[in-house]
Design a protein around this ligand. Structure first.
Ligand code: ADP
Length: 319
């Protein structure tokens, strides 16, 4: 293999730049040319493809977002779109592709692999919802952004003796809610993976007030309920002074944490190694602090789950 491509796709996440840098530098280290494809699969179809040099990825390891930009592309879900993409790759002499993105992007990578194009998936999403890896690139940074926000909200909640509801990202996965809730000592964590009992939540809030608690924090993953709807249910049931904060896209940005930079560097480099070993149609990940890879079909056939022991612990610690 003499020339590979790299693209970022779907929702961006802090650390994608560090992963691009690792792919480019590791490839050049092995005397392989690297082409950067801008705007994900949309840019692939349109031929937005440029050669990258060592300097193309200088000074980006600490920057959030993605220098290759990202996009969503409906056309790539069609066979025609995928064939156009493969034609572009061939036109540029690209023999292998690294796709950095979430599970939607992995489905695109799976299609390329099915059509015989060597493709490796690197998990980049703040949701931490990709099977085959304990952590995705961006999750740790987003977690720390949420923690920082909740610490600030806690100060004002205490001053006003309020109950605050914080909606965090996670359409299908409660990891961000669960980890931030545990890290912030939230009274209640509402996640898509578990049903909640409103009566139980209300009783817990009332018990807190009885023992003199000055504030309560409830974290709701967006996939479990809408923050404002949930806040209304709480204020209707308790008459407490409640406020809702939806953190939104602030969770996607920012300088990647040390953990995410290291993870991205390791996973990006591993993807290049795997292409050089002739592997195709696989995803890279980290499990028990070891770099691993899995067949992309197998990874996508599994369902990500949260750590239910951690969920139980969060409940035990917030009695
Ligand atoms: P994420 O990668 O963050 O989960 P999306 O779900 O939006 O983001 O997926 C990103 C892109 O991946 C889509 O816009 C589309 O181009 C491509 N994609 C998603 N699903 C498929 C599919 N089933 N087949 C081919 N490409 C897909």
């Amino acid at each position: 293999m003499k020339r590979i491509g790299v693209l970022t796709s779907g929702g961006d996440s802090p650390g994608m730049n560090a992963a691009i840098r690792a792919v480019v530098r590791k490839a050049i280290y092995h005397d392989i040319e690297v082409y950067g494809i801008s705007y994900g699969y949309a840019g692939l179809i349109e031929g937005e493809i440029k050669k990258m040099e060592l300097g193309s990825v200088g000074d980006i390891i600490h920057r959030g977002g993605t220098i290759l930009y990202t996009a969503r592309c409906e056309e790539f879900k069609t066979l025609e779109g995928q064939q156009k993409g493969i034609e572009q790759l061939k036109k540029f002499g690209i023999e292998g592709l690294v796709v950095i993105g979430g599970d939607g992007s992995y489905r695109g990578a799976q299609k390329l692999a099915e059509h015989g194009f060597p493709t490796i998936g690197v998990p980049g999403t703040i949701d931490n919802d990709i099977p085959g890896t304990d952590f995705t690139i961006g999750f740790d940074t987003a977690l720390n952004t949420v923690i920082d926000a909740i610490d600030k909200i806690r100060d004002t909640a205490t001053s006003h003796e309020r109950t605050v509801i914080v909606e965090v990202m996670g359409r299908h996965a409660g990891d961000l809610a669960l980890w931030s809730g545990l890290a912030d000592g939230a009274e209640t964590i509402v996640i898509p993976e578990a049903d909640y009992d409103m009566e139980h939540i209300v009783n817990r809030l009332k018990r807190g007030v009885e023992r003199g608690k000055k504030h309560s924090i409830i974290i709701v993953a967006e996939g479990a309920d809408n923050g404002f709807d949930f806040g209304k249910k709480i204020s209707d049931a308790t008459n407490m002074d409640t406020r809702v904060t939806v953190l939104g896209h602030v969770q996607r940005g920012g300088s990647p944490s040390g953990f995410d930079r290291v993870l991205a560097s390791r996973l990006g480099a591993k993807a290049v190694d795997l292409l050089l070993e002739g592997k195709a149609g696989v995803t890279v990940g980290i499990q028990k602090n070891e770099l691993v890879y899995h067949d992309i079909n197998e990874a996508l056939s599994r369902k990500h789950t949260i750590d239910f022991d951690m969920y139980k612990l969060s409940q035990e610690l917030s009695i």
